[in-house]
Design a protein around this ligand. Structure first.
Ligand code: MN
Length: 265
């Protein structure tokens, strides 16, 4: 299976040297991906397999009814016509000559908090990695507008990679959300917030008939619960959430099993 991360000793210090695959959903040219590449490259073996354009909101979708084009754009960097999940599948099935020991997805432009996780292509990159038995970390920045402070989030990951890999197990991926600030008020271990959107349609009429719509949404104002990812980043802290892959709740399941309708066939 997967080899554990390599520990190498040099110049009197022991450091991790991990073969890391980077992907994202904003496309291979995104500055968030570049920030991760810059931060990981000095100590780690970095490979990039990322979509050739934006795939935000593609969730964990995969391409199965058509081929996926892979184009090498640098020695260890590949652009694909697929989704973030496709990129991880490609990279772990031999489209690159090595097997990644870690997948980091991001840094996304915009947060992936609470229910955003369901729709997020960024989170899907990390989730798909864990489906393959490889540690997966999704990283997102809490702003859609420049100037972007990617570097502190990338540096946090590199600095704390040994602890994060130690904490990780194959039940979950790690979802990191960073405030868009040069410094953080702290680091919080959080659970996903309930985040609902106030969606609306923006229609426009093309010259030859039909109607086109943009779906535009903003998170509804909510009382932010302490301990949640949304609360943490709104208060200037970097949020780290373990996100379980298996949607199991035995208490609810038991409730169903004991319900009257199950007794009557
Ligand atoms: Mn995105």
């Amino acid at each position: 299976m997967i080899q554990p991360p390599l520990t190498r000793t040099g110049a009197g210090a022991t450091f991790l040297n991990v073969r890391v695959l980077l992907t994202n959903d904003d496309g291979i040219l995104s500055p968030g991906l570049k920030a991760l590449e810059d931060a990981f490259s000095p100590e780690h073996e970095v490979w990039v397999v990322a979509p050739d354009g934006e795939r935000s909101g593609y969730s964990n979708s995969i391409t199965i009814s058509e081929p996926i084009r892979v184009t090498q754009v640098a020695e260890r960097s590949f652009a694909t016509s697929g989704t973030p999940a496709d990129c991880v599948i490609l990279a772990t099935l031999g489209a690159i000559p090595v097997m990644p020991e870690l997948v980091v997805s991001g840094i996304n432009i915009g947060p992936n908090l609470g229910s955003d996780i369901v729709y997020s292509g960024t989170c899907a990159g990390a989730r798909q990695s864990v489906y393959k038995g490889i540690p997966g970390i999704a990283v997102s920045l809490n702003s859609f507008h420049p100037p972007f402070h990617f570097q502190p989030a990338a540096a946090f990951l590199v600095r704390h990679l040994p602890e994060l890999l130690e904490l990780w197990n194959p039940d979950h991926f790690i979802n990191v959300n960073a405030p868009n600030t040069p410094e953080y008020a702290g680091v919080e271990i959080t659970t996903p917030a309930m985040r609902r959107y106030d969606d609306r349609l923006l229609p426009f009429e093309p010259p030859r008939g039909g109607t086109y719509y943009f779906v535009d949404g903003r998170p509804e104002k909510a009382e932010l619960e302490p301990g949640t990812d949304w609360h943490a980043v709104e208060n200037g802290a970097l949020s780290v959430s373990p996100i379980m892959l298996n949607p199991v709740n035995h208490e609810v399941e038991r409730h169903y099993r004991l319900s009257a309708f199950m007794q009557t066939t």
